[in-house]
Design a protein around this ligand. Structure first.
Ligand code: HEC
Ligand code: HEC
Ligand code: HEC
Length: 206
């Protein structure tokens, strides 16, 4: 029986038809992967995140312009995706799936399509970002800012004392450095919000 099956399989592989099917499979796979890769790159560009929808262009993007992460002495920048999505592949894909929610909001529910609606939802949205950043110990900030490579001698006296305090009190970057790219809402800031432990251990990975 197994021998017969093997012989049949051999005949199948040898036939022209199966080679065509195999090649077509490779071609479709290659095209699908390329489309996936291209969409991952495109949806992470500044052009896509900052200017493609009026919700961002009229609010967060406008506020971000000319902040230190947009324009500075050296021209080395952090743009939307640098701060807002993970840098490693699998967590990035998961984050992009979550962002489908934003498409729904833009096209269907129109939940933040006017400046008034945007401001009304700002505290909730900012709290979501702070929770994410506190959960993963400001991982996206640390992708560029390596605490171990910061030279306190080159920092201001204020930065030196606060950073020493940050270590002692186990505060994370965004606990103090918030509103660095956008307008801050009036409600409780990141140090006043509680992030539960289960969320922290999950978001350290994703
Ligand atoms: C893609 C890299 C990158 C990421 C991500 C990033 N930064 Fe920066 N950050 C920079 C650069 C570049 C500068 C400006 C350096 C200069 O002065 O030219 C800067 C400057 C700063 C400064 C100094 C501000 C000042 O006025 O001197 C602070 C504070 C800071 N970043 C905090 C953060 C925090 C908090 C996050 C995460 C929410 C973050 N950064 C994410 C690259 C990054
Ligand atoms: C306890 C609050 C606190 C925490 C937590 C904190 N910082 Fe700061 N940081 C400060 C203060 C205050 C300054 C000084 C601001 C000034 O001089 O205007 C500062 C300054 C800086 C500067 C500019 C240094 C300079 O001298 O120009 C950078 C960059 C920076 N912080 C990055 C970070 C990063 C990255 C983290 C997380 C690893 C972090 N900070 C955590 C309070 C904090
Ligand atoms: C240096 C890091 C950094 C960059 C660059 C950045 N953001 Fe943010 N973003 C934050 C932080 C931190 C918050 C949480 C609220 C706060 O502290 O301002 C936030 C909050 C938000 C929110 C929630 C609403 C709100 O205003 O709080 C949106 C939406 C957003 N960002 C979109 C963007 C877009 C679009 C860009 C690019 C044009 C961008 N961000 C660039 C750090 C950043």
């Amino acid at each position: 029986m197994p021998r017969r099956v093997i012989a049949k399989a051999r005949r199948l592989v040898a036939s022209k038809k199966s080679i065509v099917v195999l090649l077509a499979g490779f071609a479709i796979g290659f095209i699908a992967l390329s489309l996936f890769g291209t969409s991952m790159i495109y949806t992470g560009t500044e052009q896509f995140c900052a200017t493609n929808c009026h919700e961002m262009a009229n609010n967060n993007t406008r506020e971000y312009r000319d902040t230190i992460h947009d324009k500075n002495r050296t021209g080395v920048r952090a743009t939307c995706s640098d701060c807002h999505v993970p840098h490693s592949p699998v967590p990035l894909y998961i984050a992009k799936m979550g962002a489908l929610n934003d498409l729904w909001s833009h096209h269907v529910t129109h939940s933040v399509d006017t400046p008034e609606k945007f401001d009304a939802a700002r505290q909730m949205m900012a709290t979501r970002v702070w929770t994410y950043m506190k959960g993963n110990d400001s991982r996206e900030c640390r992708y560029c800012h390596d605490e171990a490579k910061m030279d306190p001698e080159k920092q201001s006296a204020m930065a030196q004392t606060r950073h020493a305090r940050a270590k002692k009190e186990k505060l994370t970057c965004v606990d103090c450095h918030y509103g660095i790219a956008h307008k801050v809402p009036d409600g409780p800031g990141p140090q006043e919000i509680e992030v539960d432990k289960a969320f922290i251990s999950r978001s350290a990975i994703f």
